[in-house]
Ligand binder design. Structure first.
Ligand code: FES
Ligand SMILES: [Fe+2]
Length: 413
């Protein structure tokens, strides 16, 4: 149980808030690279409570600027991209990707050009996504997590419907190994062709225990199954769940909205052609009807695991009221996550160095999140940890090269 002040410190994402300052030390995907085209070269982005415009100029450079023009506030979403940047639609003030003002029609106003800068943030492209960094310079690198950088397969991006709730409750779920065999029991029934003992316990008795502990990039969660198997799904701090061959990236849009973007690595199968490094993007339809309303004014479809997860996150409320919760032993992963959050918030607040999972060496080796361990697991009797979109027995265990110097792409601001 938390006080309102403690809850705010963990959840609010705006500039100057405790969690907001911590979250600004990490990169976030804000668009699929394919979204920016010659016909539609701009995209509105809200990230960590800030309103921004992503654009690709006619030289192919991608930039991220504050939405409101520094002149008199019109949105740059409707700006015209040119060779040198983007020109505001209203009076034509021209900005480059660093936020420099290059022209100030109708006159040339050197005083303004030399003293005013449009807020601008760095961007990078990786695994078919454009990533943004809103924190203090110098920006760290996007860490080389195994699923994002390894070769020997292709990737699929799944863009889920926007969640009308705070980011932190989606990540608490990543430290909650008790929910899957109960919330997702129907899916597990279908996979395992088994019936739960009853709907209250679902398949929870297949799990004999779990452990959660800190690792250099976050929190590892291990489930131990009755049939002797184990699986390990880390929470990559602060906002990513790596489960089987998927990473669920939770992007805090603002205090009460979260984007979920999955990056899935599909290892090549023996004898099946594939495009090395290929990325396909899939936009998933709404999980609720009507799609633009929140609980209780909408009704959820609950056929898939993702829909079930999204339903519980949203129905917990726009921001979970943690002053009235009752944590039990099965929630000890959540208690650990909150402690790690508080420690890292405090580290940033006192200027004590980089928080957990921030990486600065661009040549760092691939970070192993124990994905191979999962690949070779059937996820216990219910298949809870089974690799995404693959059936046990079709995997091709193989040595894949470790990309020691994986590029984090082009398109910098
Ligand atoms: S408001 Fe943008 S140029 Fe005037
Ligand atoms: Fe779940």
């Amino acid at each position: 149980m938390l006080t309102q002040e403690q809850n705010d410190a963990l959840t609010l994402v705006g500039p100057g808030t405790p969690a907001g300052e911590l979250l600004r030390r990490y990169w976030y995907p804000v668009a699929a690279a394919e979204e920016l085209t010659a016909e539609q070269p701009t995209k509105f982005v809200r990230l960590l409570g800030e309103d921004l415009v992503l654009f690709k100029d006619k030289s192919g450079r991608v930039g991220l600027l504050a939405d409101h023009c520094s002149h008199r506030g019109a949105s740059l979403l409707y700006g015209r991209v040119e060779e040198r940047g983007i020109a505001c639609a209203y009076h034509g003030w021209l900005y480059d990707g660093e936020g420099n003002i290059l022209e100030t029609p109708p006159e040339r106003n050197d005083a303004i050009m030399n003293s005013v800068k449009q807020t601008a943030y760095p961007v990078q492209e990786l695994v078919g996504l454009v990533w943004a960094y809103l924190g203090p310079a110098p920006a760290p690198v996007i860490p080389h997590y195994d699923i994002w950088v390894r070769t020997g397969g292709a990737r699929r991006i799944e863009w889920h419907p926007v969640l009308d709730n705070n980011w932190f409750q989606t990540i608490e779920n990543a430290c909650d190994p008790s929910h899957a065999p109960i919330l997702h029991q129907d899916a597990h029934s279908r996979r395992a062709k088994a019936r739960p003992v009853n709907t209250t316990r679902g398949f929870i008795d297949d799990q004999t225990g779990f452990e959660v502990w800190e690792v250099p990039y976050g929190l590892m969660k291990k489930r131990i199954f009755r049939n002797g198997e184990e699986d390990e799904h880390p929470l990559i701090f602060p906002n990513i769940l790596r489960v089987a061959n998927n990473t669920h990236i939770m992007v805090p849009i603002d205090d009460t909205h979260t984007a979920r973007i999955d990056v899935i690595f599909l290892p090549a199968k023996e004898g099946v052609p594939y495009e090395e490094g290929g990325v396909t993007v899939k936009y998933l339809p709404a999980y609720k009807d009507p799609p633009d309303r929140s609980h209780p004014h909408t009704r959820w479809t609950l056929e898939t695991i993702a829909q079930q997860d999204h339903m519980v996150w949203e129905t917990q409320g726009p921001i979970v009221d943690r002053s009235v919760e009752n944590l039990a032993d099965g929630d000890r992963g959540i208690a650990l996550l909150r402690r790690v959050m508080r420690e890292n918030i405090e580290l940033v607040r006192r200027g004590g160095g980089d928080p957990l999972a921030v990486v600065r060496d661009p040549t760092h080796p691939r970070i192993d999140t124990r994905w191979d361990h999962d690949l070779n697991s059937t996820g216990g009797a219910t298949g809870a940890g089974r690799p995404y979109g693959l059936t046990t027995g079709t995997l091709v265990p193989r040595e894949v090269p470790n990309i020691e110097t994986a590029s984090t792409g082009a398109g910098s601001a």
